[in-house]
Ligand binder design. Sequence first.
Ligand code: CAA
Length: 394
Amino acid sequence: MHARSVGIDALSFYCPRYALDLKVLAEARSVDPQKYAAGLGQDCMAVPPPDEDVVTMGASAALPLVQEGDRDAIALLLFATESGVDQSKAAALHLHGLLDLPHGCRAVEMKQACYSATAALQLACAWLALHPDRTALIVAADIARYELRSPGEPTQGAGAVAMRLAVEPRLLALDPEAGLFADDVMDFWRPNYRSEALVDGQYSTRVYLQSLLHCWAQYREQSGRGLADFDRFCYHLPFTRMAEKAHGRLARACGAPAPDAETLARLVGDGLRYNRQTGNTYAASLYEGLTSLLDTSDADLAGCRIGLFSYGSGCTGEFFSGVVQPDYRVALRAEAHRRLLEDRTALEYQQYEDIFQLAVPTDGGEHAFAQYRTGPFRLAGIGQHKRIYERVDE
Ligand code: CAA
């Protein structure tokens, strides 16, 4: 008897309704805008308003999947983030309440920089093999923050991806092979007392590439596959140029010629569209790229094998793969994602900096937050050190 396939049955992406055009940032920083557009491959950054956090973004991404699917079948909820709102309580529990999920559900938060959603995905797939009549909900949400005027600033962003995992999935059936790499390095980190990440930027890009090569070597040994066995690649996207650099490095390591612009556009290009508009979404970033690829590719991807590289600073890497399923297009939410990205409010520079400087009050008093444009959920306020979330009337 064949083992049943396991993988991603549905994907939903959400990003804040405010955005800063990086040309505006370039002018404020007296930088050539081409450095951001061409050098980093970024056009815009998504900016979360003060009444939005990883819980509201994650819940907004997950809501359509919960509404369209069998809510009672969800028995595993994994929330992947490095921008958690509490040191103890898992953001998954806030989501559990907002989405009215069944009580017979294992719900936790997972952290390892930008990598944790991939750990969640693999753990959930192994769990599904034992519980094939159930589904798992993976939610990845992050707010990427660096210091103002730092080299990382133009790569900031925010967003969330929710994935329903199931046996015989409609979108992507995962292959069993996975190449892993873990090492104790300090390329990017965020101590508990800071709201902005610290990063050794150039070093972090080198560690990313080294991790990719280690992961690939292990994956290749397990699977026997070579570069030519893949139709598309999705890479973790701290900024979209990183994918082009990564693919070039992988090709060199495999003894293949350096990919020209046309080859890069075909192999990685469709996966970069959304991230160019949101900036880095850390744990969600690779899956935002996968959503972008499936939603926006003109080619029929049914039957195509996708190579995926997940990277989390600190560091862990994983190269894995999956095959796009025959009727994948009926399970996409491409139109909703297109509308979400198009219908954003552009910020002026000072509005961006004002939002950046705001911090959640820590005095334990009662604070109601002003209402901005959000998705179906918002952070209404904070009182007695408890975050108060509410559903927004649509
Ligand atoms: N026109 C066109 N291109 C230009 C240009 C111009 N006027 N000026 C500069 N460029 C190019 C540069 O040549 C360079 O391209 P190459 O890398 O191909 O040489 C590119 O723009 C970037 O320029 P710099 O390297 O000078 O940029 P920088 O040092 O100011 O910042 C960075 C780059 C270090 C990545 C910085 O954005 C940063 O610290 N980012 C945060 C850390 C990060 O994203 N690391 C990625 C790996 S770690 C990870 O993946 C986990 C994660 O999510 C954080």
